[in-house]
Structures are given as C-alpha cells and as structure tokens.
Design a protein around this ligand. Structure first.
Ligand SMILES: *[C@@H]1O[C@H](CO)[C@@H](O)[C@H](O)[C@H]1NC(C)=O
Ligand SMILES: *[C@@H]1O[C@H](CO)[C@@H](O)[C@H](O)[C@H]1NC(C)=O
Length: 399
C-alpha cells in the first residue's frame, strides 16, 4: 500500500464522519424548522361557499364549478333538510356537518341514507350545475377545461350509483361545496381542525333589503326551508319573511364575531367574507381575490367567462334572475330601492340593524332617501373593515 493511498483512506474516513455529523445537524435543523408536522396533507383544498338564499351564491358557485381544477357540488345538505319530516335547523346541523366532511373527502357512501333506492348521479340535487359531473371521468360530454352546458349534460350524463361521481371527485385539486344551510361556524370547528382537510370558508353576504325583495318575487319557493329555519314555530304568514331574515342577519353577526373579532387559532386565514354588492360592482377583481384565497389560478378563459356572465345584454330570462347578469350588476343590487315600500324597508332595517352596520350597509331614514339612487348606501370595504374593529386592525388586515 503506498503512503499516498493511506492518506486518502484516512481523509475518506474523516469525510464520512463529517458528512454524518452534517446529516445529523441538518436533520435536527430540518425537524426543528420545517413546517411538515403542522402542514395539512399535500394536495387537496376544501372550500365551503357559505351563503344564504338569494345572495348570489349560484353565480359564485358557477365561478368555482366552471374552473378546470374544481369538483363542485351544490347544496348536498339539501338532501338532509328534505329527508326528515318537519325538522329544525338545529337538529340537522351535525348531520349536515358530517355529510360535508365525507363529501369533501370524496366519500359518497354517506349519501346512501338520504337518496332514494337505486339512486343515480342524477339523484343528486342540482347535479347539472356541477361541470365536473359533465366531464371525464363522470361523463364525456364536456372536455375538461371547457365550459359545461346544462341542457347537454342533463340529456347525456346520468349513470348508475355514485361510483363515477366519486371517481371524478378524486381527480381534482379543489372540492367546493355550496351551502345556504349554516347559521353559525361552531359546528364546523371539527372540520377546520381535521388534519385530513384543508378547509377555507367563503362567506357570501348581501344587503338584507335586497334579499327581502328577491324572496318576495317567489314566496312559495321558501316555505319548507323557512319552516326549518324557524324551527317549525307557529308564526303568522306575513311575519315569516321578516323572522327568517332576522335569523340570517343574526347568523352574520354570530359568524363575524367568531371569524373576525375573536377567531380561534385554527380559523386564522381560513375565512373570507365577500359582499354580493362588491362582487356585482367589480366581479373580476373580487373573483381574483377569492381564487387567490383558495389557491386557484385565474386563467384568461375564466376571466372572459366571468366578464361575459356579468356584462350580458339587457334583462335576463327568468332563470337568469339567479345570476348576476348584464347591466343589472348595478341594477340588481339597487332594485329594492324602487320596488320595496318604505314601510318594509324600515322593518327590515329594524330587524337587521346590527348586521347591516357590521357589513357596511347604510340605512335610509325616509322614502325620499330610499328612492334617491345617487346616494350610495354601500360603505366602501376598506374603511369599513377598519372602523368595525378599530382596536384590532392587524387582524382585519390579515383577512
Ligand atoms: C337509475 O337508473 C336506472 C337505469 O339506469 C333506472 O332503472 C333507475 O330507475 C334510476 N333510478 C332513479 C332513482 O332514478
Ligand atoms: C346548450 O346546448 C343546447 C343543445 O345542444 C343548445 O341549444 C344551447 O344553445 C347551448 N347553450 C349554450 C349556452 O351554449
């Protein structure tokens, strides 16, 4: 053995020892500083679009549904609410929560309790609203990356059982569920803390006076839901709408209290409130912010689609009344001012005073003020976020 070789051999041992030490040091540094232990599992993001009846959630739902990375389902809780005879919202809360947990994880066996015998994909409530159910692998009518057509989907896309629904769900990075049937956040805490979920909540709210006007356009549509919201209490027919609105307004206060004023640590960065009126006035910017919040890309194609949907021509058809269409972006959010009698406006304002202040909707003090459309009743968002919790502006900034 030459001396030279021997030196190299010693050097090699030294190197191995040094490298070992480096690995040990690096590992402890890595374990110490890496976010791995607290990070949710790679991949899926779960989004709850939490809203209320007639608040623009169908449109925002479509903004998710048509996105190529999203598996969207509208109102799975509808099945829970319609299955039992005369239930109350409180009784159904946990069943709805647990159903959502399973569906977020693409486990559709949970639907078995709520669907008719021999159910099919078409047994799911408003299933054609889900672009993913019209695309592979659920169906081959709409290529992924293209926009779906409800008529074509309805005609060509049914299948037996929910196997294909489940298979489709598994292929997307985002699962988005829209619900109008939550009135608080507490029942969702276990989902927010579940290490298998990465839940983000988009809370869509709307001026209660506009909601009142929209509900009055189709009073029969809400009979069953209203009875559930009001816990089947015996309330005079003329009072039902006001009482339901009052419950909705209370829920806005309750949810904001939990999510913004004193959020538990697991809610930080997972809650975003969106006002319908901001969405109507500036759809592209609002949707971009929402996409950012849940980690979705805004493509040119989506941008064009959103523009088209919000800048259509003239008055929409009856069906389109659910969507924010055309010039009505401004019109729709103001329509109540010319249509509702001041007496009703006054009553809604009394019922919803606290919520309106919190959300930045100015009240009117006379019929004259109500009808003067040049008076803007929407408090701009930035200052209003500031003023509503002056002591905690840092928190407000983060949201
Ligand atoms: C599901 O589809 C099958 C045939 O594909 C049909 O016989 C059955 O009635 C459907 N079930 C429901 C609940 O629509
Ligand atoms: C959807 O498809 C139907 C039938 O093929 C067609 O008549 C209709 O124009 C389509 N709608 C849209 C919005 O493309």
């Amino acid at each position: 053995m030459s001396p030279r070789y021997k030196i190299n051999f010693n050097a090699l041992i030294l190197l191995v020892v040094l490298q070992g030490a480096a690995v040990v040091l690096f590992c402890s540094w890595y374990v110490h500083f890496s976010p791995c232990e607290t990070e949710p599992p790679r991949g899926k993001v779960h989004v709850l679009l939490l809203s209320s009846w007639r608040s623009g959630s169908s449109f925002l739902g479509q903004v998710f549904s048509q996105h190529p990375s999203v598996f969207y389902l509208m109102e799975p809780a509808w099945h829970v609410w319609t299955k039992l005879e005369k239930p109350g919202a409180r009784l159904l809360r946990m069943a709805v929560r647990d159903l959502m947990r399973s569906v977020f994880q693409c486990d559709f066996s949970v639907m078995d309790s709520y669907l008719p015998e021999n159910y099919n994909m078409s047994s799911l409530f408003m299933w054609t609203q889900s672009r993913a159910l019209c695309s592979p692998p659920a169906c081959y009518v709409t290529q992924r990356g293209q926009f779906s057509n409800e008529t074509q989907c309805l005609k060509n896309c049914d299948s037996q059982g929910l196997d294909k629904v489940q298979a489709a769900c598994n292929t997307y990075s985002h699962v988005v569920l829209k619900e109008v049937r939550f009135f608080e956040l507490e029942s969702l805490y276990p989902l927010l803390q579940d290490p298998n979920l990465d839940l983000r909540i988009i809370h869509l709210v709307r001026d209660p006076r506009a909601v009142m006007k929209s509900r009055e356009a189709s009073p029969k549509a809400f009979l069953r839901d209203s009875a559930i919201v009001l816990e089947q209490k015996d309330i005079p027919a003329a009072e039902v709408s006001y009482k339901v609105l009052q419950e909705i307004c209370r829920s806005h206060i309750r949810i904001n209290e939990r999510a913004i004023v004193k959020p538990p640590p697991f809610l930080k960065g997972r809650y975003k409130m969106v006002r319908y009126e901001d969405l109507a006035r500036n759809p592209l910017k609002e949707v971009s912010d929402i996409y950012d919040f849940v980690g979705l890309e805004m493509s040119n194609q989506m941008g064009e689609w959103i523009y088209k949907k919000t800048h259509g021509k003239g008055k929409g058809t009856k069906k389109e009344a659910f969507q924010i269409t055309s010039r009505n972006a401004a019109d729709v959010s103001q329509a109540w001012r010319t249509v509702l009698p001041y007496s009703k406006v006054k009553r809604v304002q009394e019922m919803c005073k606290g919520a309106m202040k919190l959300l930045g909707y100015k009240t009117v003090d006379s019929e004259k003020e109500q009808k003067r459309l040049d008076i803007d009743l929407l408090v701009p968002r930035e200052p209003f976020q500031f003023s509503w919790i002056p002591a905690k502006t840092e928190q407000a900034d983060k949201i």
